[in-house]
Design a protein around this ligand. Structure first.
Ligand SMILES: [Zn+2]
Length: 174
C-alpha cells in the first residue's frame, strides 16, 4: 500500500536529500492497526516536466503483525507512473485545451484514457468536496476538459492527494 505525502519541496530537492528527507512515520498499519517498523527504501526514477530524470528513494515500512509493507509516495507522483504528476496533468491539459502534444500521441492518449475512466469519480469528488457541479449531459470529452481545467487552476498535487485519501486510489487508476 502507498500513502501519499506532500513533502512540500521540489522533486530535485527531494532527490538530493535522499534518505534524509523528512519522512513521516505512520502511527499504525492501515490494514491491522498494529505498529509499523522501518523497512528500508526502494529506488525509482521520476521524469519532470522539463524532461529531467531524477533518481529518488521511497521510504518503506513493514507491519510487525501482518507483515504488509507501506510506502510513502511523494505527492509529486501518481502511483505507478514514471512521469511526474505535473508533467502528466500538463500533457492532458495541453491536448484537451489546444490539441497540443507535449509527448508522443500514444503516451498522451494513454493518460487521457486513464483520466476519462475516472470521470465519474472526479465529478463526485468535486461535488462532495468543493460543491462544484459538472453538467451531467456534457460529452465525455467536454467533461474531461472541464475537469482538467479545474485541476489545473488549483494545486494538482493537493487535489490528487485529497482524491487518493477519499477514494483510496488515484484519478489515473484503472
Ligand atoms: Zn498490519
Amino acid at each position: 500500500m502507498q500513502i501519499i505525502h506532500d513533502f512540500k519541496i521540489p522533486v530535485k530537492k527531494y532527490s538530493e536529500l535522499g534518505q534524509n528527507n523528512n519522512f513521516p512515520h505512520p502511527e499504525e498499519c492501515p490494514h491491522c492497526h498494529d505498529k509499523l517498523l522501518k523497512h528500508g527504501f526502494y529506488h525509482r526514477y521520476v521524469i519532470t516536466i522539463d524532461n529531467q530524470c531524477f533518481w529518488i528513494q521511497i521510504r518503506r515500512y513493514k507491519c510487525q503483525h501482518c507483515k504488509k509493507t507501506v510506502s510513502i509516495l511523494p505527492a509529486f507522483l501518481f502511483p505507478r507512473f514514471q512521469r511526474s504528476l505535473n508533467y502528466i496533468v500538463c500533457c492532458m491539459k495541453e491536448y484537451l485545451l489546444q490539441k497540443k502534444l507535449l509527448l508522443y500521441k500514444r503516451a498522451v492518449y494513454f493518460y487521457l484514457h486513464r483520466f476519462t475512466c475516472n470521470i465519474p469519480g472526479l465529478i463526485a469528488f468535486f461535488r462532495d468536496k468543493y460543491h462544484s457541479l459538472i453538467p451531467f449531459k456534457l460529452s465525455r470529452i467536454k467533461k474531461a476538459t472541464k475537469l482538467i481545467k479545474m485541476i489545473w487552476s488549483s494545486d494538482a498535487q493537493i487535489l490528487s492527494k485529497e482524491y487518493q485519501d477519499h477514494f483510496n486510489q488515484c484519478f489515473m487508476a484503472l
